[in-house]
Design a protein. Structure first.
Length: 42
């Protein structure tokens, strides 16, 4: 997707040339926390 977007953005193209490889390796921030909620107990 990012490489395709480079066709319309010279700035993004330049950034991709500098970075060479783009990785999104982050832990999930939207994790479910059921805890002791009565709503999820069965």
């Amino acid at each position: 997707i990012i490489r395709e977007a480079c066709k319309w953005s010279m700035e993004l193209t330049a950034a991709c040339e500098v970075w060479k490889e783009i990785k999104f390796e982050f832990p999930a921030v939207d994790t479910l926390d059921f805890g002791s909620s009565k709503e999820f107990e069965r």
